[in-house]
Design a protein around this ligand. Sequence first.
Ligand code: TXA
Ligand code: MG
Length: 343
Amino acid sequence: MNTKLFTEPTETAVTEAAEILRSGGLVAFPTETVYGLGGNGLDPDAARKIYAAKGRPSDNPLIIHVAEIADAERYCITSPLYYKIAEHFMPGPITVIMPKRDCIPYEVTGGLDTVALRIPSHPIAHRLLAEAKIPVAAPSANLSGRPSPTTAAHVITDMMGRINAIIDGGDCDFGVESTIVKIDGKHVTLLRPGAVTLEELRELCGEVAVDPTITEKPAENFIPLAPGMKYRHYAPRAHVTLLDGSHDAVTACLTEAVNHEDIGILCYDDMLPEALTSRSNVITLGKESDPTETAHKLFAALRAFDDMQQVTSILAPLPDKKGIGLAVYNRLIKAAGFDVKKI
Ligand code: TXA
Ligand code: MG
């Protein structure tokens, strides 16, 4: 397939992209979290095309994206709790799971009676959704199993020739996928941490349960609430080990490992002296005190290690779980297949 690349997100580009979506095609577009791979969320065929383009198992449901808070009425059975969360955090990096209405096909929800809904704040995404006038089903625009794309270059690597069009909108702000919460009557459960933090959700909603698979290895027979969580996500080619110890112990361990060129080092700016951070097998994620920057840089770093043929294992410090740090912790512990070494 010939993939049209819109190098500038002009008005005509967005209008053309909206037309492609309405006529059943697939368009990758920027959001404030990661790039999405969009298709008509009312069309079972478009959903099938999305799964095929990503190589994703079709029991792993898609998020539908809409332009306005009130659009949810048409596709979901809403509740006062939805409006409370929506008015506080939407448009923005949060997805809410609610019972679906009949117009949303089971192909989109992976056979579930619930649907995930998100309203991105990114201006290009917003314009595209407003013009398309359909709910746009959009998983992250990566091949299944690869880190989510945070730049158009990542999307081009994974999706060129597999979809109809790509809109280049520059780097994504947050760099980790949206926070996902499930609403069940009066209960809220966090299924995936993101830039809307657990602390913020608890401040607004009171009690918020946390799906244990966010931080812990699920038991063999465990059925996760978000089907996507059972797949080995965010897995780079090299084996990742997370180091759990004092700042000094972790620094000492990384300083020793940096001399082995088959070991990739993923660390904070201030963990190693400058002479060592400039080595080709070292990638830094900003200051340890700035988890927002770490989140922003994380997936590009994991992709960069995939391109370093000599790197067969990666060492990284175990991140802090506060704020958006929980999202970084969750993505890294999954990338590591829960391999944490106490030092
Ligand atoms: O930031 C984001 O959310 C990005 C951008 C493009 O919006 N999208 C994204 O989609 O990350 P995806 O498909 O890569 O991840 C969606 C996750 C999956 O783990 C899926 O299992 C879960 O949401 N999910 C979707 N619908 C669900 C439902 N009805 N019940 C439980 N989990 C659901
Ligand atoms: Mg994804």
